[in-house]
Design a protein around this ligand. Sequence first.
Ligand SMILES: Cc1cc2nc3c(=O)[nH]c(=O)nc-3n(C[C@H](O)[C@H](O)[C@H](O)COP(=O)(O)O)c2cc1C
Length: 214
Amino acid sequence: MKNKQFTFDDQQLLEDIMTHRRDIRGNNFLPDPLSDDSLHKIITSASRAPSVGFSQPWEFVIIRDQQVKKHIAKSFSIENKIAQRKFTDEKLSRYSELKLEGILEAPVNIAVFYKPSKMPVLGQNSMPEMGEYSVVCAIQNMWLMSRAMNIGMGWVSILNPLRVKEILNAPAENKLVAYLCFGYVKAFFSTPELERLHWEKRKDLQATTYNERF
Ligand SMILES: Cc1cc2nc3c(=O)[nH]c(=O)nc-3n(C[C@H](O)[C@H](O)[C@H](O)COP(=O)(O)O)c2cc1C
C-alpha cells in the first residue's frame, strides 16, 4: 500500500512491544516447540531490516539439534569462566550466580552471520563496519517480532566466535554477529533481569542526550 499511515494506537502498540521486549535466558524458557511458520515469520522480519546499500549481508543458521547445541554450550562454559575473571569480590560471586544463556533450554537457536560482499557496497566505503551494523538491525527486528508473537529471544555473546564457526561449518569469510535462543517463556518480566538483580540501572535520558554538541 502506498503512503500507509499509522494510528496513535499503532504507535502505542509499537511502544508496548519495545517496552515489554526482554532478553530471555535458560531459567525462563519453556521446552514447547516453535512451529516452522513462527520461525519463518521471525526470519522474514529480519529480512525486512534496513541494510547499507541494500546489501542484506545476513545469513542465518537454524539449530534444533541438541548435540550441536551441546557443542555451543561447551564454548559458553569455557568463555564464561574467562569472562568472570574480570570481576572481583562481591561482583564476582554475584556474576557466578547469573544465568547468562539458554542454549540447551531454548527449543531453537539461530546463529546470525555477517557475509561481506565481494563487490563494493554503496555507503560502506568510509565506515566498513556498517555491514555488521546492518545485521544488528536485522537482529533487533527478530527480537521485536518474536516479542509480538509472545516468543522469547535471548542473545548469547559469551562464545568463541571461531569455535561457533567451526561447529556450524561456516564459510571462512562469514563473521558471527549473534547467537540467539528462541522459545516460549514462563513469564515476560516488566524490567530487565540485570536491573531486577541490581547489576545495572536504566540510564536517565538526560545522562545520554546532548543538544547541538557534547
Ligand atoms: C549485543 C548484546 C549481547 C548480549 N549478550 C548477552 C549474553 O551473552 N548473555 C546474557 O545473558 N544477555 C546478553 N544480552 C542481553 C542483555 O543483558 C540485556 O539486553 C540487558 O540486560 C537488558 O535487558 P532486556 O533485554 O531484558 O531489556 C545481550 C544483549 C545485547 C544487545
